[in-house]
Design a protein around this ligand. Sequence first.
Ligand code: 26W
Length: 857
Amino acid sequence: MTDTAQELDLPQVATQTTPGEGHAYLHERGASLEPSHPLARGPVASPPHSVDAFVKEFLRELNYGQGVPLSRSSLNDQYLALARTVRGYLTARWLETARKRRSHTERAVGYLSAEYLLGRQLDNALLATDLTQIAEDALHACGIELDALRQVEVEPGLGNGGLGRLAACFIDSMATMGAPCIGYGLRYEYGIFKQTFVDGRQIEIPDNWLSMGDPWEIAHPEMEVPVHFGGHTERYVDEAGRDRVKWIHGWDVLGIRYNYMVPGYQNGVVNTLRLWRARATRAFDLDIFNAGDYAQAVRSQTFAENISKVLYPEDSTPQGKELRLQQQYFFVACSLYDFIKHTQPTDFDVRDLPERIIFQLNDTHPVIAIPELMRLLVDDYGLEWEDAWGITRQCFAYTCHTLLPEALEVWPVSLMERLLPRHMEIIYRINEGFLDEVREAYPGDELRVRRMSIIGDHPERSVRMAHLATVASVKVNGVAELHSQLLRDKVLNDFAELWPDKFTNVTNGVTPRRFVRQANPYLSKLITDTIGVGWVANLDRLEELEVYAEDEDFREKFRAVKAANKERITRVLQRRDGIALPEGHLLDVMVKRLHEYKRQSLKLLHIVTLYDGIISGRLDPASVTPRTVVFGAKAAPGYRMAKETIYLINSAATVINADPRVEGRLFMAFPANYNVTLAERLIPAADLSEQISLAGKEASGTGNMKFALNGALTIGTDDGANVEIRRLVGDDNFFLFGMDEPQVAELQARGYRPADYYETNENLRSAINLIASGHFTGGDRDAAGLFVGDLLSNDAFLALADYQSYMDAQARVEAYYADQEAWTKSAILNVARSGYFSSDRSMRDYIDRIWHVKTGV
Ligand code: 26W
């Protein structure tokens, strides 16, 4: 049959019926998509939650959206149609949320973040709309398995790690609490690179995540925001006789708006995430085109569009790259403009800005928003400097996510002057006023003035973005108690002395929707069967599980959940990586970015020590607890030591897994390309969570929280949020080891000599010698040279100093694991006592102590 109408699945236009039952596919939606429609003004009439209605919508999307009949559709067609169907169910709520927000003048949060590590969207949207079962049944009626479509989705990896994933958890929580929030960021065309291994070494592949189309985004190419760069400034006197400054731009780009819906958990609220894509202006290419150079016009188009091309894969050492500063300015300029011009009424008075918005700065990446707001207020809106500064100082709050000195962003003054000349002038003027304040508070203390200055002199004149953020913000927060204390006492000590009330802590959290309810359906069912369903949006209720730690029957069910999750990850790793996990092992998991401070090296030394003990006959394999260690980690492409560590872990895995002397009691797995999707499968299966950073270096960690909430026990140092996890779950249910932060500081002050530990610790020496001998690297001693050489001569993160303590803690793990009843009790108590680590609680803290916005809207 050639008539296309005959190919459609909708009965009113086609004679062909769909597989499954005979549904009446009527063409009506429960809610108008037009916000002016009367339906949209009252309570939203949701589309009927029925399998029939869902089938109808799905087939409509497939037929008219994808332009294919079911019988000819690919999995990708089906996934896209499903995603659009679910999105359709969110749209009326989204428009309604926006309408309500427009109708009042309550203050909102503008979350400014260069990264959002969202993970897959489909399951989350199904859960939020409570459509999972309906979708499953509807697809089934069409002869499709929901699970098969789930696997088609490519996760948007628009972040590096903790900071980006935190932003995604926060916007989820704000929607669930009904907090007015708009997330602003960048729509990178390429997200975090895809990792593969070739001969054990990391290879980076571009993440072309948009290649199959993204059904979750809504583009608005017609709503262009102009962004300017370069040029110079000119002084002039305006009609009122006032001295003003004009920025004569060098070149422009346009910001194109992409909206994403952020659904609250079954509460009818849908917030917005707005990401920006760069596009060339027409004038930009016309000039060149008129000059007769078509090829150059195309090149310059590419130049402009490069701004949102790729996420920088560095997660701790900022590369002072010009394009990165362009990205930062581009997205905050778009966001401020958008907020003022597009979300506020046309008669809006910018003096009211502090009543309408608080911009949260997710680390220093968006800090250029501060001089940008000053520029808008002074140059564009004509406010006096002091008035503008008074407004600006109420509109920002700053979260710091690091303690590594090298991770604190600075931008060379020379670069700023070239790219953003007006902003550089504004920063100088902010600094002048600020340093006057410092001098007034500390007369004669020029050393302090120099330390606190927003402009630093070494090694070149640069803008210290953390200082600028601190000066302009209402509040400055760290992300765990210890981190906030170290910020106050060390990194930003001078500022904390000047403004003690400015500093606060908000301990990080994770969304229980994604990381428990979705990721761990078996545990979720057990919890819901035991204490009811309310815990998903009120995680404190997990404490009701505490008594069940003593209940033998519950413990057995809890173990069955863990076992089922282990079976599931076994299937996933088999399919995804061709890895065959052994059965019945303790599952020991270390997943996070590869960085020396996180000490994957220490984990490797532990495994190599066990292996070395076995092959040298010092350790009876039968006495070793059967253990599988799973690593997941990406290294920044330019970070040599991190890449060497990956290579060594892979090399050790190959040798150890194949050595019959181990008698199958040790197994190592390093699935490539650890991402949110893999985390959701791996974390629920883990018995042991590795959180072994050098004390004082990990700001918080959020993986640590996800593991505890899923019933893994932590082996960890007194660092980041581990401190709070241990305090809450109790010492008996946490394996603490290593130096604490003051001990680290003391050892470093005394002078740390890693060789001392090597010389005095026989097992350590033997393990390092085995690595150095080339045993794992095919006899190639050089291949391990960088790693071993650095450990023995430098070891900046004191792995050797904590080695013995770590080995002892691992021995305690083995002994405890042998008593499955005791272990299960501890695991249950970890779940029951970790409700505090919900990002809903983090949001509550931000709202009460920093933002002061209303919820429930
Ligand atoms: C390239 C410059 C740069 C510097 C620092 C990029 C990104 C960063 C981030 C601050 C790194 C980061 O992701 N920090 C992590 O933030 C998490 C959320 O607060 C914490 O849980 C982690 O401890 C912290 O390392």
